[in-house]
Write a protein that binds this ligand. Structure first.
Ligand code: EPZ
Length: 440
């Protein structure tokens, strides 16, 4: 198991670029099942979750190859397999996104129900209701969803859940509807940029889709979809994480791949916290200006603060002067990071889906355990401002969704190193991005 060792106190300075978006790349890779010709995806991040989905797609007869430039080529070489195995789906909930494309393109899908998750209950009722409305026959047996259809037909489908729209539910239904006969209208659709990117990809394959980015998406089904080359959007969650690293550690950072329009709610909180923010076309510069101010940040469906940034904002609140409020209306139980932040000295009280955080002058380094992807990022950020050394364990959570975050932070001047079982401590220190990049 890898660990990260971080010595806090170093300010961050310089430029760094976010990778391609994990939460755009995954549903787009799953939707490549719909393509009748090869697909080329550029800027697919090198992540464990991407590897897991590539493995699953391989079991589903889709050949997945990544070239030296990081472009991923996907081509269906055997349309027969329709079983998405539990062992792979349980590792990553986004694997469930193969359900809609499989039943639309092959008329049958047997996909394991996603397993439990550290961020709260993750039902799929809206996915199944949407596909049923399109004419799929769905039954659940021995932990698998079995979906069959002799051709899907357009329908009107509402995807509102108790905590707002479902992102991957919108991905599943929108993808399936591209091959359904007639028109499909999805109301209460997710508006996240990652869904817009998926829609653009489907349009590049030849689909007809209107209303992307709004809560009503219209799809006019096609008989067949071709291939395409598509550049995955930048990862706004990673960009927000890198900006928050600059705010927490202090200093001046410029983050590429940070599209201000996709991060407005997060930038608003950063400004309220007292840092200077300057936006360009697809990059944001942040300059810290003394002690951080308390924040009020409640995560919600896009364009609200992303749930995937909630833990990182709590790390910032932990050192802000005064009392902050951080909450999550998407996943009201997504607070596994609280106990570990407390080990670093944070003062946090949880009341249901909201927490009050009384900022402390300085956190103190300790050994902490990551529980999920974004919680691990929050612990790394908090460690940047902690006195002494922090060890972050269970790093496999971080590697699921961040492409070598420690190298990016080291490039900005953080004292951080990944401890490998074999190679021993390896400090990357502050070196040129090119030198650090060469190691990737
Ligand atoms: C996507 O998960 C993201 N994952 C998550 O990012 C993100 O936190 C989440 O959206 C919210 O923005 C990917 O895109 C791969 P949801 P998803 O379905 O689609 C309820 C990360 O760290 N719901 O939008 O699984 C659900 O319980 C990950 O990168 C139903 O009630 O989330 C939740 O309260 C973690 N019924 C709310 O909707 C359903 O059928 C939003 O869930 C589906 C969801």
């Amino acid at each position: 198991m890898d660990v990260l060792r971080i010595t806090g106190g170093a300010e961050l300075r310089g430029e760094v670029r976010a990778s391609g978006s994990k939460n755009a790349a995954l549903p787009i890779m799953a939707a490549s099942i719909l393509a009748g010709e090869p697909v080329l995806l550029e800027r697919v991040p090198k992540l464990v979750d991407v590897d897991t989905l590539a493995l699953l797609l391989g079991h589903l007869g889709v050949e997945v190859k990544r070239n030296a430039a990081g472009t991923v080529r996907l081509e269906t070489v055997d349309p027969a397999p329709t079983l998405a195995d539990y062992e792979l789906v349980r590792r990553m909930r986004a694997s469930f996104c193969v359900l809609g494309p499989l039943v639309a393109r092959r008329g049958r899908a047997v996909v394991s129900l996603p397993g439990g998750c550290n961020i709260g209950t993750r039902p799929v009722d809206l996915h199944l209701a949407g596909l049923t409305a399109l004419g799929a026959e769905i039954r659940i047996e021995r932990g698998y969803v079995i979906a069959t259809a002799r051709g899907l037909r357009g329908a009107t489908i509402d995807l509102a859940g108790p905590h707002g729209p479902t992102v991957t539910g919108t991905a599943n239904v929108m993808s399936a509807a591209t091959l359904a006969r007639g028109r499909t209208t999805i109301t209460s659709a997710a508006k996240e940029p990652e869904i817009v990117d998926l829609g653009q990809f489907l349009i590049a394959l030849g689909a007809e889709i209107h209303g992307l980015g709004s809560d009503t998406i219209e799809i006019v089904g096609r008989e067949w979809l071709g291939g395409a080359t598509h550049r995955v959007i930048d990862d706004r969650i990673e960009a927000a994480t890198l900006l928050l690293a600059g705010a927490i550690a202090g200093g001046e950072v410029r983050v590429g791949g940070a599209v201000a329009g996709h991060l407005a709610a997060v930038l608003e909180v950063l400004v309220a916290a007292g840092v200077d923010v300057e936006c360009d076309v697809d990059e944001v510069s942040l300059r810290s200006c003394g002690r951080l101010q308390p924040i009020w940040a409640i995560a919600g469906p896009y364009p609200a603060i992303p749930s995937d940034v909630q833990a990182q904002l709590m790390a910032m609140a932990a050192i802000a002067g005064g009392r902050s409020v951080v909450g999550d209306n998407v996943f009201p139980n997504r607070f596994q990071h609280i106990d570990e932040l407390r080990r670093l000295g944070a003062r946090i009280e949880r009341r249901g889906a909201e927490c009050t955080v009384d900022g402390v002058g300085r956190l103190s380094g300790a050994t902490v355990e990551a529980s999920d992807l974004r919680a691990s990022a929050a612990l790394v950020l908090a460690a940047l401002a902690a006195e002494g050394e922090t060890t972050v364990r269970r790093l496999h959570h971080l590697d699921r969704g961040y492409e070598r975050l420690e190298l990016k932070l080291a490039h900005l001047g953080a004292h951080i190193r990944r401890q490998r079982d074999v190679a021993g401590p390896r400090s990357v220190g502050k070196r040129s991005h090119a030198a650090v990049e060469r190691e990737w």
